[in-house]
Design a protein around this ligand. Structure first.
Ligand SMILES: NC(=O)c1ccc[n+]([C@@H]2O[C@H](COP(=O)([O-])OP(=O)(O)OC[C@H]3O[C@@H](n4cnc5c(N)ncnc54)[C@H](O)[C@@H]3O)[C@@H](O)[C@H]2O)c1
Length: 315
């Protein structure tokens, strides 16, 4: 199996900068393209700050950051960014028209056989590539990272059967070589696997808050110190096996009729949006953060995830 050489990341926002950073941390030269100069500047600054924390916590060497940053090029032009690339991953906004236009550009600019991946969370791969020539479909896949991309191990992969299996294996080898845990999604499922699981949990959490069952602090504590404590090392199916499938069946029959089966996002979220309580970015969501503390709180969140990584390293 031949490895993947030149890597291009398109879109330097929340996800793109972290994806490029991950490849660079693991020794790959990577091009990070964004048409907006201010986004390229922000991405470089975010990567530098994240590398500083990785060095401070011993995840990278004390002097490694400069070399890692030097491996990331910030081309100003899409054609230059993808010239000779073997793996291109896009992380541009979740807008089907933008993604279709980008895939059409990539089809024009990239050599046949260049792997073209999308980091989409919810869009349909077939929809994004509907207008591409048939042969190009075999180059296209979903490669879905989690935020923050340089820290969360999971990457979900799916080509829905379009690709040469050897190419999928090359992508897996690339990501696993970067310390990622890859899974394959075998069906064309909106939201792939992890987001669907997360939405199931979130639906019940929002319903519990809405009903006044406990305070926001206690509901988050119940998740963190109960189920999520186990989930950090042990999957749901293992937990069912360890607890006993007969028990899970009985409890499921008793509780599932009682819990939320909502078919749309909670009205509580809509009320928060109407009040501009969007969370950290507006200073208040379910909790209050005060003004100007966003960078500090994000850094603390990353620090906690870095501690979690030590658990994953041991698993
Ligand atoms: N944010 C998340 O938690 C998350 C998690 C997993 C997947 N995703 C998916 O990743 C993708 C990117 O999300 P994000 O949160 O990083 O978005 P973002 O808005 O933070 O970043 C998007 C970047 O794309 C750039 N861009 C816009 N149009 C472009 C174009 N035509 N060509 C190149 N670059 C362009 C923007 O300047 C911006 O820097 C989306 O598909 C999203 O659904 C997001």
């Amino acid at each position: 199996m031949t490895g993947i050489g030149t890597i291009t990341v398109i879109g330097a926002g929340t996800m793109g900068h972290g994806i490029a950073e991950t490849f660079a941390i693991h020794g790959h030269a990577v091009r990070l393209f964004d048409p907006f100069p201010e986004m390229r500047g922000k991405a470089r600054a975010a990567i530098a700050a994240e590398l500083e924390l990785l060095a401070e916590t011993g995840r990278i060497g004390p002097a490694a950051a400069a070399d890692i940053l030097a491996r990331i090029a910030f081309p100003e032009d899409l054609a230059e960014a993808v010239a000779g690339a073997e793996f291109v991953i896009e992380a541009i906004p979740e807008d089907i028209a933008l993604k279709r236009a980008l895939f059409a550009d990539l089809d024009r600019l990239c050599a046949p056989g260049t792997i073209l991946a999308s980091n989409t969370s919810s869009l349909d791969l077939d929809d994004m590539i509907a207008e591409l020539p048939g042969a190009r479909r075999a180059d296209c896949m979903i490669c879905h990272w989690y935020n923050p991309a340089h820290l969360v191990p999971l990457v979900e992969l799916s080509d829905f059967g379009n690709m040469d299996p050897a190419d999928l294996e090359r992508v897996e080898a690339l990501l696993q070589g970067c310390g990622k845990k890859t899974i394959r999604v075998l069906q064309n499922l909106p939201g792939l696997i992890a987001n669907r699981i997360q939405q199931g949990i979130a639906r019940e959490v929002f319903a519990l808050i809405e009903s006044g069952a406990a305070t926001p602090e206690d509901i988050d504590a119940a998740l963190k110190y109960g189920p999520a404590f186990r989930y950090a090392t042990t999957g749901q199916l293992e937990i069912a096996d360890f607890g006993g499938i007969d028990i899970w069946c009985a409890v499921g029959d008793n509780l599932l009729p009682e819990i939320s089966a909502a078919q749309a996002a909670s009205d509580l979220l809509r009320r928060k949006i109407a009040e501009n309580k969007l969370g950290l970015k507006t200073g208040e969501g379910f909790f209050s953060y005060g003004e100007g503390r966003s960078a500090e709180i994000t850094r603390d969140f990353h620090r906690r995830l870095i501690r979690q990584l030590a658990t994953i390293d041991d698993n």
